[in-house]
Design a protein around this ligand. Sequence first.
Ligand SMILES: *[C@@H]1O[C@H](CO)[C@@H](O)[C@H](O)[C@H]1NC(C)=O
Ligand SMILES: *[C@@H]1O[C@H](CO)[C@@H](O)[C@H](O)[C@H]1NC(C)=O
Ligand SMILES: *[C@@H]1O[C@H](CO)[C@@H](O)[C@H](O)[C@H]1NC(C)=O
Length: 161
Amino acid sequence: MELKAWVFVTFVCVLQTASCFQFQVGNRAGWRVPLANQTQLYNEWASRERFTIGDTVRFKYKKDSVMEVNKTEYNECNSSRPNFFSNNGDTTYTLDRSGFFYFISGATGHCEKGQRMIVWVIGQDEDSTAGSQPKSYASKIHNAVPLYVLFLIMSVFQFLA
Ligand SMILES: *[C@@H]1O[C@H](CO)[C@@H](O)[C@H](O)[C@H]1NC(C)=O
Ligand SMILES: *[C@@H]1O[C@H](CO)[C@@H](O)[C@H](O)[C@H]1NC(C)=O
Ligand SMILES: *[C@@H]1O[C@H](CO)[C@@H](O)[C@H](O)[C@H]1NC(C)=O
């Protein structure tokens, strides 16, 4: 029982601190209509961050919504067919693949005023080329695989014991 708890806590902690990172969209400002002189607010924020597979983006907002759409819909602020929609005020979205993710607000007129964002998620292959990045980021994905394996082995061990 003790071992199981230890493995679980270790797994969760490592997952939180080293393997999977949660990004607060827009930092303290959250997810809202940007000021008229800051229409690129969210893309500027996203371009300063480095997203890898398994990371999450957290949107905090009031009387608004968040949608994940395709590139065409992003460019046109078309909210009619989102791949993902949430309006509960506190939305966590998992970046489960590499490539581009397009987010817009579903509230009328908000996307047009700049409440939209493109997130680029780096692939595992591209990861090794990023030599200038801090080591903690560069080792993130590589650490994740052995940990899952470890967890699996420990679970099996626990099952047999
Ligand atoms: C943007 O406009 C606000 C007021 O509307 C002003 O306080 C702020 O300094 C401006 N920011 C920039 C970067 O010009
Ligand atoms: C986005 O989806 C719409 C249909 O829902 C489609 O017409 C359009 O071609 C798609 N755009 C891209 C870039 O996939
Ligand atoms: C939004 O997208 C849908 C489906 O892709 C399309 O039928 C509709 O015409 C688009 N609306 C606008 C305003 O472009």
